[in-house]
Design a protein around this ligand. Structure first.
Ligand code: CA
Length: 248
C-alpha cells in the first residue's frame, strides 16, 4: 500500500536511482528529479510528505530550493551535503532543514533518517494522513481507502480507486492510458487502453459535479488524463491519531 510520499532531489543519477529503490523497497511512494527548479514545481503540485535535497544541483542551488520550500510549506527536508565544514550543521539548520547527511551517504542511512523524521512529526503513526485536493473538494484517505468529494463519501471500485490515486500522485501531471493500465494491472483490465476510458467515464459520474464538463479528471487529448486539482497543504479533517485499521 502506498504510504508517505518522498521527493528525492539529486542530480547524480546513480544516487537518485539508489535512493528511489531503497525508499520504494521500504514502502514509500517516491518522486524524483535532478533539477532544483522542477523540485519546487513538483513540491507545489504533489505536496510530498518529505523532501530529500542535495545541495549541489546544476540549475537552482539546493539552498535556494530549501528557502523556497520553507517559504511556502512546512514539508520536512533532509539535506544531503558534500561539504564537510563544521559550520555545515548550522548552515543546514539555518536553511530550515530538519536533518542532514554528509556525502557519501548510505541509502540505508537515508531511509532510517527519513523514517525518524516522519515518526517525530507524525507521533509514531506510520499511517498516511488523508490528503486534500482543490481546497478540500477531494479528500483521499489511502489508509482507509475512502474518498470524499465535496463533503460526500463516494464508493469506488478497486480499479476506479487505483485510477484516482494514481492521478493524484502528482496532480497536473499527465498519465497516459498505457501508464494507467500498468498502475491498475491485476484488477479487471484486459490490457486494452480503451478500457481505461470506460473506467474514467464511470469514475467521473461518481466524482464530478458535472460529468460532461470534468474538472477533477481532465482529458489531455492525445496524451491521457490528469488530476485537475492542486494538492492542498493542510489537512482540513481531524483523524484519530493512533487508530489502526486492517483495510488491506
Ligand atoms: Ca549534486
Amino acid at each position: 500500500m502506498t504510504m508517505f510520499t518522498v521527493l528525492v532531489v539529486e542530480d547524480e543519477r546513480k544516487i537518485r536511482d539508489l535512493l528511489r529503490a531503497y525508499l520504494e523497497h521500504d514502502g514509500f511512494s517516491v518522486l524524483s528529479t535532478w533539477s532544483g527548479g522542477e523540485a519546487i514545481t513538483l513540491a507545489a503540485r504533489a505536496a510530498p510528505d518529505l523532501v530529500v535535497l542535495d545541495l549541489r544541483l546544476p540549475d537552482v542551488p539546493g539552498e535556494e530550493v530549501a528557502r523556497e520550500l520553507r517559504r511556502t510549506s512546512e514539508v520536512p527536508i533532509l539535506v544531503l551535503t558534500a561539504k564537510t565544514a563544521t559550520e555545515d550543521r548550522i548552515h543546514c539548520l539555518e536553511l530550515g532543514a530538519d536533518d542532514y547527511l554528509t556525502k557519501p551517504v548510505s541509502p540505508r542511512e537515508v531511509v532510517l533518517r527519513v523514517r525518524a523524521i516522519l515518526r517525530r512529526l507524525h507521533g509514531g503513526t506510520s499511517e498516511e494522513q488523508p490528503r486534500s485536493y482543490g481546497s478540500g473538494e477531494l479528500l483521499l484517505d489511502r489508509t482507509r481507502h475512502t474518498v470524499t468529494v465535496r463533503g460526500h463519501a463516494v464508493e469506488l471500485t478497486n480499479t476506479e480507486w487505483l485510477l484516482l490515486t494514481s492521478l493524484a500522485n502528482v496532480p497536473g501531471r499527465v498519465y497516459s492510458r498505457y501508464e494507467l493500465i500498468n498502475r491498475t494491472r491485476g484488477y479487471d483490465f484486459e490490457g486494452y487502453e480503451r478500457a481505461i476510458d470506460s473506467h474514467v467515464r464511470n469514475l467521473r459520474h461518481k466524482v464530478e459535479a458535472d460529468h460532461r464538463h470534468p474538472r477533477i479528471i481532465e482529458t489531455v487529448i492525445g496524451a491521457g488524463y490528469r488530476l485537475g486539482l492542486h494538492a492542498d497543504r493542510s489537512i482540513p479533517t481531524a483523524t484519530e491519531p493512533s487508530h489502526t485499521t486492517n483495510t488491506g
